[in-house]
Write a protein that binds this ligand. Structure first.
Ligand code: ADQ
Length: 736
């Protein structure tokens, strides 16, 4: 692979001022560890902010920092006082953070913060554009840089862009509140691969794209203009061995090598063999559910007095975003709750909650993971939560229990934890009791499975999976473009067309010649389409046929004034030029009274859907209905119909937002072949967009130029991306 650059709000170093100048301290956080393995391997740069306010630095100091970082492969993006206030503390942490964690009451909608957010994102993108060339790959991280992918892609489409969101992506109902919702999604869609921790966030994102933009989505691929954007879930892991080895090292230390904290912990256990420790670790953030956790611990001591005196909660809170009012209020609330519990249940030699409001060195962190019997992890919302994984990795004894919020992304990977609803204090109190009384053997059984899983999907595997998929997206995009009608391919088609003496042109209608409308009756042909068709028909070598699933009455009405062949209802009816309608096959309608009530039931349960009755088929339309609900209903209806149609010799066809029930043995492929038999065409083409057109692509003679509209998998030889592209193609053939 060519060079891979990382873009994140922060660089993987912090900078401290010493007497003799600045010094870099390498970050040991999860992201820095994971990314270092990829960006050094691929020889790229890390682009980000140094953490220093540029207003506080002289020109010489800023240059010194830049030079030091440059030597480490980093490119800095300067942030001034007002940038930090409005881009970082403002829009990132007071708008996106609360909204994406479902704290809508805390969201600040200040427009000036949005303006600065855009400006600073552009500064990051410009810095990326400075250092990268066409063919390079860029991996952008997290919610502070949501606009950067599009800002890169629009300037350098030859750069492959990946984006990973470390926090949850909320459901559409929450996301839609944001006045700048379109801009944010548009920014993200500049990426070629979008990664989320879990499938739920991916699903929410796709639902927002579908509802706000209406882009075509096939499974997890979005069709944005002429590009395919892939969306997938990659649950971020940790450096498992680092925690596991450090834990072994802690155990092996001699008494005088041990840290003060370690000695304190040992003293605590020596006081009584029944002593137990429960661990709680997070940044002091309202999303982490700290007050609820404390109250639950109080409830536990209240309900289970036998544990008073022997169970202590060690609560570590890393100071975070202290300038923001909500965080100050939270800090006061936590302080008061700790005081209250300790006052109520404590004694001279028992403190129920040990509260540390600070960051701890790595070694101490591991000592705590090592010594605590239970990890109590109860965020109200959390993108992933790495603490849970770190605890598991540090348990070399294979004992220990994780009590885990179902609202943390990590809960999807930790089926063996005791999961709780973080708002339900009674449930948490009971889960804690269960954890503290769980037999050792059961603990080991559960821990073994957890460890195997977390070890396998480490931070390194996570990073390499994402990077490999980014490579693969390029192949998917290439395959798509390979089928696209390029200038050269068009020339070949045009040469065949010009040489031909007798041409048959089959054109599907909805989604091919005209866009879909919520009301199918509004999809009538416009002037441009008539001009295109008339130009084709004017050449007497051409036989033009519209081949559609629509009923014959509609198409006859719409195309009354133009001499064109019509095949309707997927091939039941044919009207050749100057002739009357004829049926291509013998069919009957005896089955309709049986099937209609089933469809009616689905209409009643799916607002916006309706039934169309054609001469020989019944169609359930759901384009106007709520998209997600109707997809589920469509599956239910198909299942129900499958049980009915077999004995009636019917077929179910799933078109674009329609389910059609019709007599078996009829399709566009059979009809088109019947149409051309006994005639000698030396140029054949068929254009269509949905899977009912695949019958034509598969069954027409192999020399047919088959063209699929859209991105889905197809048997057609070529693809055109849209109705406009089809019209453009036909205009060129018809020379208008
Ligand atoms: P965070 O909200 O910061 O991350 P988390 O994933 O739990 O949450 O990571 C916290 C990190 O800080 C852990 O590595 C932990 O060891 C460390 N830490 C916590 N308390 C500490 C203390 N007192 N001293 C020292 N270190 C401490 C965001 C998202 C998460 C997502 C991560 C990664 O909010 O949901 O898991 O990014 O994508």
């Amino acid at each position: 692979m060519s060079r891979l650059h990382i873009v994140a709000n922060r660089l993987p170093y912090s900078i401290v001022k010493q007497e003799d100048g600045f010094q870099l301290i390498e970050s040991v956080g999860g992201l820095a560890t994971g990314m270092k393995s990829v960006y050094t391997e691929y020889g790229g740069k890390w682009i980000g902010w140094s953490g220093h306010n540029s207003d506080d630095l002289t020109y010489e100091e800023a240059s010194e920092i830049d030079d030091l970082l440059e030597e480490k492969g980093c490119a800095t993006v300067p942030l001034s006082d007002s940038d930090i206030l409005e881009y970082y503390e403002g829009f990132s942490n007071k708008t996106i953070w609360p909204l994406f964690h479902y704290f809508t009451q805390y969201v600040d909608y200040a427009p000036e913060n949005w303006e600065t957010f855009k400006r600073v994102n552009q500064r990051f993108a410009d810095r990326v554009l400075d250092v990268c060339d066409d063919g390079d790959t860029v991996w952008v991280h997290d919610y502070q840089l949501l606009l950067v992918p599009e800002m890169i892609k629009s300037k350098k489409p030859g750069v492959t862009v990946g984006f990973f969101l470390h926090i949850p992506f909320p459901s559409y109902e929450v996301f839609r509140i944001l006045p700048w919702r379109m801009e944010l999604i548009n920014g993200m869609l500049g990426a070629d691969l979008l990664g989320f921790h879990i499938y739920d966030y991916e699903r929410h994102f796709l639902s927002c794209v579908r509802r706000l933009f209406g882009h075509e989505i096939a499974l997890n691929q979005i069709h944005v203009d002429e590009r395919i954007v892939k969306v997938d879930a990659y649950p971020m892991g940790i450096d498992y061995d680092k925690f596991s080895n450090a834990s072994t090292a802690v155990m092996q230390k001699t008494v005088h090598e041990r840290s003060e904290l370690h000695k304190e912990l040992e003293k605590y256990f020596l006081m009584s063999p029944d002593r137990r420790l429960v661990l709680s670790i997070d940044r002091l953030d309202y999303s982490k559910g700290i007050p609820q956790r404390l109250k639950s611990f109080g409830k536990f001591l209240d309900k289970h007095p036998e544990f008073r005196g022997s169970v202590t909660l060690i609560m570590l809170a890393v100071p975070s975003r202290g300038h923001v009012e909500e965080y100050q209020i939270l800090k006061r609330e936590v302080d008061e709750l700790v005081g209250k519990i300790n006052g109520e249940y404590g004694s001279v030699n028992y403190t129920p909650v040990w509260y540390f409001y600070r960051a701890l060195p790595f070694e101490n962190l591991v000592e705590l993971y090592n010594s605590c019997d239970v990890a109590l992890i109860t965020p109200l919302r959390d993108g992933m939560n790495l603490v849970a994984k770190e605890y598991v990795a540090s348990r070399n004894t294979q004992t220990g229990v994780v009590v885990l919020s179902e609202m943390a992304g990590v809960s999807k990977e930790m089926g063996e934890a005791i999961t709780i609803n973080p708002i339900n204090e009674d449930e948490i109190a009971e889960a804690l009791h269960r954890a503290l009384t769980m037999p050792k053997q059961e603990q080991q059984e559960r821990m073994k499975h957890l460890q195997n899983r977390i070890k396998r999907y480490s931070i390194f595997k996570w990073a390499s999976d994402f990077v490999n998929d980014l490579e693969k997206v390029k192949l998917i995009q290439k395959a798509y473009l390979a089928k696209k009608i390029s200038k050269t391919v068009y020339k070949e088609i045009d040469t065949k067309y010009t040489k031909a003496k007798k041409r048959a042109i089959f054109l599907d209608y909805d989604g091919t010649l005209t866009s879909f409308h919520k009301d199918p009756q509004e999809a009538y042909p416009n002037e441009e389409l008539f001009d295109i068709l008339e130009a084709l028909i004017a050449d007497e070598k051409n036989t033009v046929t519209i081949i559609s699933g629509r009923d014959k009455e509609t198409l006859e009405k719409w195309f009354a004034d133009i001499p064109i062949n019509l095949i309707c209802e997927h091939g039941v009816w044919l009207r050749k030029l100057g002739e009357d309608w004829q049926t291509l096959t013998q069919v009957n309608n005896d089955w309709m009274p049986m099937i209609r009530p089933v469809l009616e039931r689905f209409v009643d349960r799916t607002p916006g859907s309706f039934i169309e009755e054609k001469n020989y088929s019944l169609v359930w339309h759901y384009r106007k209905a709520e998209p997600e609900q109707s997809e589920i209903r469509a599956k239910e209806l198909t299942d129900e119909l499958l049980g009915l149609v077999g004995s009636l010799h019917l077929e179910i066809m799933e078109g674009s937002k329609v389910i059609e029930v019709k007599n078996g043995g009829i399709n566009k492929g059979i009809a088109a072949n019947q149409f051309i038999q006994n005639e000698k065409y030396d140029f054949l083409t068929a254009i269509g967009d949905d899977w009912t057109d695949e019958y034509m692509f598969k069954e027409l003679p192999k020399e047919t130029i088959t063209i699929k509209v859209g991105m889905n998998r197809t048997a057609a030889a070529y693809k055109l991306e849209s109705v406009e592209a089809v019209r453009g193609f036909l205009k060129k053939l018809g020379e208008i």
